[in-house]
Design a protein around this ligand. Structure first.
Ligand code: ADP
Ligand code: MG
Ligand code: MG
Length: 499
């Protein structure tokens, strides 16, 4: 009974753990202590849960953790409790997934649009230029992809100023964390089942997250469409990958639930061990490949030599299903995101007016840098913008003072230097107090969150086999940090509590 007397009112406890919006109240020191004890207990329990359920990543401190499975594991960084998220925005984000899937597919078929939109970028960005070269080669030979598989993730933030859900970006290659995000929801549900009463939080308000099984199912359905029982799925990976367990979750589901074998190969290995037979069949290490699933190849660092580019071209030339194809990959570039946000462009690709309106509603301001007026405004008020190059994987964007300096410098440079970037309206989510657990240490900080909705699309000629949302990834980061990647070390994995 003494324990209950010592505890502050339930709402106050919940808001302290969950959100900075609600008043914290003047909790007595004893209650503070009590609360700290609950948090400590939960943090330890959660870390143990991660270890015994495979919510793990390779530990930076162990050099072999990125190459040797089972060595140097640490729990994935996570938020101790799920973050509140309005059910209306959750519904809106989920409804957008099939529309974006459809849009990607339509845009991918318009090779001229992709080449034209990226033509100025290609002058100044070697990486984009190399991707466009492969794309152009496929256009020359009229390469058609009858079976098309997209495993996307569309990321959003809630803008506090306008109280709206705005898209950060759409990932069409290497959309990460389908494996681990499902587990975080599970972890939070477990914690709330045990401590939810004391915290005033109901575990039933955490939506089910089937991202891992649904992505695995989409891959297996693509394998089925390929229709060769002896073929394997090939996951293209980086030589060092500390996020390998996220990938192994998919591999495991593919094997256990669908009886499909997956091989993991680096681009260099594909180059050394791969060939395309005269009939188009991709054979790697003696095995016929049905689906090439890229968890690498999205960054210039993935192509340290010509060998890696040869591998990318080889796979593209084959009749294996590419997830993504070079076209799908290009549709996911930030330049195309900006082009699609221009007036009357969506109408070129979609017929349904309601769908178009839904997409447009979630578009933030996006500008190309040939717009002199916006460049001028961004130099004056850099904090209202984000400057983005054509890169993926986090840590590449430019903010604030650096943004101003970069724009001023690029403007002075002769030629097309500005064309490598796009400008985006900066989104300001409301910050809340959160307990974060990283490397076994729990700390509290002001945070903001980004919600990603996974989407899967599979098509065989005229037949749309699959077009769905597939669960979610919530990432939460300290609000003073600009970038948001979990793998890049900026954010923690989270889930949502619907309000
Ligand atoms: P990447 O492909 O590298 O993930 P993003 O466009 O997702 O590139 O940007 C990386 C991170 O930068 C995001 O996760 C988010 O935290 C932050 N960010 C990106 N765009 C904006 C924006 N318009 N407003 C606020 N933050 C942004
Ligand atoms: Mg991205
Ligand atoms: Mg991103």
């Amino acid at each position: 009974a003494a324990r209950h007397v010592a505890l502050p009112p339930r709402r106050a406890v919940a808001s302290r753990a969950m959100s900075a919006e609600a008043p914290l109240g003047v909790a007595p020191a004893a209650a503070e202590e009590e609360m700290a004890a609950v948090v400590d207990e939960m943090a330890e329990e959660a870390a143990v849960w991660c270890a015994v359920h495979g919510l793990v990543v390779g530990d930076r401190a162990e050099p072999r953790s990125g190459t040797i499975p089972g060595v140097g594991l640490v729990h994935a960084p996570f938020a101790l409790l799920p973050t509140r998220f309005p059910a209306s925005f959750w519904k809106q984000a989920r409804e957008l997934a099939p529309i974006f899937n459809d849009l990607v597919d339509r845009v991918s078929l318009d090779g001229e649009f992709l080449q034209d939109s990226l033509s100025r970028t290609r002058q100044v960005d070697d990486f984009t230029s190399r991707l466009l070269d492969i794309h152009a080669k496929m256009m020359e030979v009229n390469k058609e992809e009858d079976i098309r598989l997209g495993l996307h993730r569309s990321d959003y933030m809630l803008d506090s100023g306008t109280n709206s859900l705005l898209q950060i970006e759409l990932n069409t290659i290497s959309s990460s964390f389908p494996g681990l995000s499902s587990l975080v929801s599970e972890l939070h549900r477990t914690l709330l089942n045990r401590h939810g009463k004391v915290l005033g939080l109901d575990s039933k308000r955490i939506p089910q997250n089937w991202a891992a099984t649904q992505f695995a199912e989409a891959l297996s359905m693509a394998w089925t469409e390929f229709n060769n029982k002896s073929a394997v799925i090939m996951m293209v990976v980086q030589p060092e990958e500390r996020n390998m367990y996220d990938q192994y979750w998919l591999i495991n589901h593919l094997k256990e639930s669908h009886g499909v074998k997956t091989i993991r190969k680096t681009l260099a290995q594909v180059e050394a061990e791969g060939q395309v037979l005269p009939d188009g069949t991709l054979v790697v290490d003696g095995q016929t490949v049905s689906v090439v699933y890229f968890r690498a190849g999205y960054s210039p660092n993935d192509y340290p030599s010509e060998a890696e580019w040869r591998a990318r071209l080889l796979m593209e030339q084959s009749s294996a299903i590419k997830c993504p194809s070079i076209s799908y990959h290009l549709v996911g570039t930030k330049k195309i995101q900006q082009e699609l946000a221009k007036p009357n462009i969506l109408e070129r690709f979609l017929n349904n007016k309601e769908d178009i309106a839904k997409l447009r509603k979630c578009f933030a301001g996006l500008w190309s840098l040939d717009n002199e007026e916006i460049v001028k405004t961004a130099i004056e008020k850099p904090d209202l913008f984000v400057l983005k190059p054509q890169r993926e994987g986090g840590g590449n964007n430019i903010y604030g003072y650096d943004l101003r300096e970069t724009l001023v410098r690029l403007q002075k440079e002769q030629g097309e230097a500005l064309a490598a970037y796009i400008l985006m309206q900066r989104i300001f989510p409301r910050a809340s107090l959160t307990h974060l657990v990283q490397g076994g240490v729990c700390f509290e900080d002001l945070t903001i969150s980004e919600l990603g909705i996974f989407g899967a699309y599979l098509r065989n000629k005229d037949k749309v086999v699959l077009n769905n949302q597939c669960g979610y990834l919530m990432r939460t980061k300290v609000s003073s940090s600009n970038e948001g990647g979990v793998a890049a070390g900026f954010a923690v994995l989270d889930s949502i509590l619907l309000t």
